[in-house]
Design a protein around this ligand. Structure first.
Ligand SMILES: NC(=O)C1=CN([C@@H]2O[C@H](COP(=O)(O)OP(=O)(O)OC[C@H]3O[C@@H](n4cnc5c(N)ncnc54)[C@H](OP(=O)(O)O)[C@@H]3O)[C@@H](O)[C@H]2O)[C@H](O)CC1
Ligand code: K
Length: 530
C-alpha cells in the first residue's frame, strides 16, 4: 500500500523534527542523489561525465535539488543548476559550487532561457526542484516559462526518437495540485518522482498522477499520525485480505453473486459479467435476465444458474439500458427486457428494504443502466455497501441529476472532488473508472493505477463489475458491517482487474473476455507471492 498525506500533514510532521535539529534536507537530498545515480547507472552505465541540469526554485524544494546536485557533482557528474528566482537556498548553492557544479542565474539574465532549454533537452538527467509542497496554484514567472519550453523540447526529441533526458521530480512534479491531483498549468512530466517523508495525494490521483512517473517514497523519519488522505492498494495487500476458502467452506459460505446484466440487444455484457464473477472465485453465480440471454450465458459458462434464490451480493446494470450516458449517446434502444424490474428488486434486497427477503442486506455493485435505477429507490440515499461504478460521463450525469451544475471536463479535471461529492450526495461508495480509478467511501479514498491503457475497451467495465461482485459476495457480511470496507474491496478489485489485463497480453491489446480469463492466474499469483 502507498499512503499519501496532504502538504499540511507532512509539514506538521516535519515541524517537531526540524525544531529538534533533525537533518531532514540532508536525508532527503542524499536519498534523491542516490536514486538519480542508480537511474543513471542503469540507463547509461558510467555515471562520471553524465550531464545533469537542476531546475531550482525559491524554496526548500530547490534546496533539496541543489544539495542533491552537490552529491552528484562530487561523484563526477557535470551538474548545472538553473536558478529561476532571485531567492534561492543559499547553503544549497554554496554546497553545489564547492562540489564543482555550475550555477546559471536565469533570474538575472532571462535571455539565457534558450540556452538553458538546449542544455536541459540534451542532458542525461533533469532534476525538477522548482516547487514542492509549498506550491500555490499553477507555475508562474520564469518557472512556468522554463517548464513550458523544456516540456515542449523534450516532447519533440521523444517524438523524433532522439534520446530525451530522464526527468526526476523532487518531492512532486512542480506545478501539480499537491493535495488534489489537479494539473492547473504546465508541468514537466517526470519519469521518476522521489518524494520525502510520505507520498502526497497528487502523486496518486488523476490527472496529476500521470505526470509523476514511478513514485519512490524516501523515509526521512517523519511520523504521520492522522489517517492518510489517499491510499493505493498494492499487490502485497491482496493476500492479507483475500478470503481464501477453507475445507469447511461451501458455495454459500463462499458467496453467491446475483447478476442483473445484459439484454437481448446487449447479451455480451451478461456473458462478460457472469464470466468474470465465476473466474474470480464466486461460490455461485446466479444470472437474472430473460430466458434468451440466460441461454447465451449458460452456453458460455455452464457453472451459472438462472433460478432465483439466495444471493450474497448483487451486480446490477452492465449492458442494461437507462444508464444516464447511454441514452444521450443514442446507444439505448429502451428495451430493458424486464431488467429494470429485476434490478430494482435486487437493489431493494441489497439495501435490506425488500419485504419478505430473508438474510438482511447485502452489498451491491451498481453499474451503467443500474445507476439510473437509484432514483427509483424509496430513499434518496443508499448505504455505503452499494458501490457505484460510473465512468466520468456517467458520474457527470448522476451529479447533474442530483442538482450539481457540473460538466464532464470538470469531473475529469478533479476526479477525487467529484467522486467525493457523489459519495456525499448518495451515501454510496463511489468507484470512478479511469486510467487511474478513484474510489471514495466513508472517510476513505483510494486511487488505483494498475491497468494498461489497452484496458480502455468495450466490456472491460462489465468484467470489473463481475470481479467486484464476486469479491463483495465473499465478504458480504463484513462489508455491510464495516462502512469503509466496500471501498477497500473495490480498490482491490480494480487492482486485480488491472493486473489481469497486463497478464492477459503483456504490452499489447486486450479484449475484455481475455481479462476475465486472466483473473484466476492473477489471483493465484497475488496469493502465493512473487
Ligand atoms: N523543511 C525542510 O527542511 C524540508 C523540506 N523539504 C523540501 O522542502 C519543500 C518545501 O519547501 P518550501 O520552501 O516550504 O516550499 P517550496 O520549495 O515547495 O516552494 C515555495 C517557494 O516556491 C514559490 N512558489 C510557490 N508556488 C509557486 C508557483 N505556482 N510558481 C512559481 N513559484 C511558486 C514561492 O515563491 P513566492 O514567490 O510565492 O514566495 C515559495 O518561495 C518540500 O517539497 C521538500 O522538497 C524536504 O522534504 C526536506 C525537509
Ligand atoms: K519539484
Amino acid at each position: 500500500m502507498i499512503s499519501a498525506w496532504s502538504a499540511a500533514a507532512v509539514r506538521a510532521a516535519e515541524e517537531p523534527l526540524l525544531a529538534a535539529g533533525a537533518p531532514l534536507m540532508e536525508r532527503a537530498s542524499f536519498a534523491l542523489a542516490t536514486h538519480v545515480l542508480r537511474d543513471v547507472a542503469a540507463r547509461r552505465g558510467p555515471v562520471r561525465g553524465a550531464r545533469v541540469v537542476v531546475l531550482v526554485g525559491a524554496g526548500n524544494n530547490g534546496g533539496d535539488a541543489l544539495h542533491a546536485g552537490a552529491v552528484l557533482a562530487r561523484r563526477g557528474l557535470a551538474v548545472a543548476a538553473v536558478l529561476v528566482a532571485e531567492r534561492f537556498h543559499a547553503p544549497g548553492r554554496r554546497a553545489l559550487e564547492r562540489a564543482g557544479g555550475r550555477v546559471v542565474e536565469l533570474f538575472a539574465a532571462p535571455a539565457a532561457l534558450d540556452a538553458v532549454v538546449d542544455d536541459a533537452a540534451r542532458a542525461d538527467v533533469v532534476l525538477d526542484g522548482l516547487v514542492g509542497i509549498g506550491a500555490r496554484g499553477p507555475l508562474r514567472g520564469l518557472a512556468e516559462e522554463v517548464v513550458r519550453a523544456v516540456s515542449a523540447r523534450v516532447a519533440r526529441r521523444a517524438g523524433a526518437d532522439v534520446a530525451a533526458p530522464w526527468v526526476v521530480a523532487v518531492d512532486v512534479p512542480s506545478g501539480i495540485g499537491v493535495d488534489d491531483g489537479t494539473v492547473p498549468g504546465p508541468v514537466l512530466a517526470a519519469d521518476r518522482t522521489v518524494t520525502f517523508g510520505a507520498a502526497k495525494p497528487g502523486l496518486l490521483l488523476p490527472p496529476a498522477a500521470g505526470m509523476a512517473g514511478e513514485v519512490t517514497v524516501v523515509d526521512i523519519g517523519l511520523e504521520l499520525a492522522a489517517p492518510p488522505a489517499v491510499r493505493r492498494r498494492g499487490p502485497a495487500d491482496v493476500a492479507r485480505s483475500w478470503p481464501v476458502p477453507g475445507l469447511a467452506d461451501h458455495k454459500y459460505t463462499r458467496g453467491v453473486v446475483g447478476v442483473v446484466a445484459g439484454t437481448v440487444t446487449y447479451p455480451g455484457a451478461a456473458v462478460l459479467t457472469t464470466t468474470a464473477a465465476v473466474r474470480t472465485g464466486a461460490g455461485m453465480v446466479r444470472y437474472r435476465g430473460s430466458e434468451a440471454v440466460g441461454r447465451v450465458v449458460l452456453a458460455a459458462r455452464p457453472e451459472v444458474v438462472t433460478a432465483p434464490g439466495r444471493v450474497q451480493s448483487w451486480v446490477v446494470g452492465p449492458g442494461v439500458p437507462g444508464g444516464p450516458e447511454a441514452s444521450r449517446a443514442g446507444e439505448d434502444d429502451g428495451l430493458d427486457d424486464g431488467q429494470h424490474e429485476r434490478g430494482r428488486a435486487g437493489l431493494a434486497a441489497a439495501s435490506g428494504r425488500l419485504a419478505g427477503t430473508a438474510g438482511g442486506p447485502v452489498p451491491a455493485v451498481v453499474d451503467a443502466g443500474g445507476l439510473g435505477l437509484l432514483d427509483g429507490l424509496p430513499d434518496d440515499r443508499v448505504p455505503p455497501w452499494f458501490v457505484l461504478t460510473p465512468h466520468a460521463g456517467e458520474l457527470t450525469a448522476l451529479l447533474r441529476s442530483r442538482g450539481e451544475d457540473v460538466r464532464r471536463p470538470e469531473v475529469e479535471a478533479e476526479p477525487l472532488r467529484w467522486a467525493r461529492r457523489a459519495h456525499e450526495l448518495t451515501g454510496a461508495t463511489v468507484l470512478l473508472k479511469g486510467g487511474v480509478t478513484v474510489v471514495v467511501g466513508p472517510g476513505v479514498a483510494y486511487a488505483q493505477g494498475d491497468g494498461p491503457g489497452w484496458l480502455a475497451t468495450a466490456g472491460a467495465g462489465d468484467v470489473l463489475a463481475g470481479v467486484l461482485g464476486s469479491m463483495l459476495a465473499a465478504r458480504s457480511r463484513d462489508v455491510v458491517e464495516e462502512p469503509a470496507l466496500a471501498a477497500e474491496v473495490a480498490a482491490t478489485a480494480v487492482l486485480v482487474h488491472g493486473r489481469a489485463a497486463h497478464r492477459a497480453n503483456p504490452g499489447g491489446p486486450v479484449a475484455a473476455l481475455d481479462v476475465a480469463g486472466a483473473v484466476p492466474a492473477e489471483i493465484a499469483a497475488l496469493l502465493t507471492g512473487p
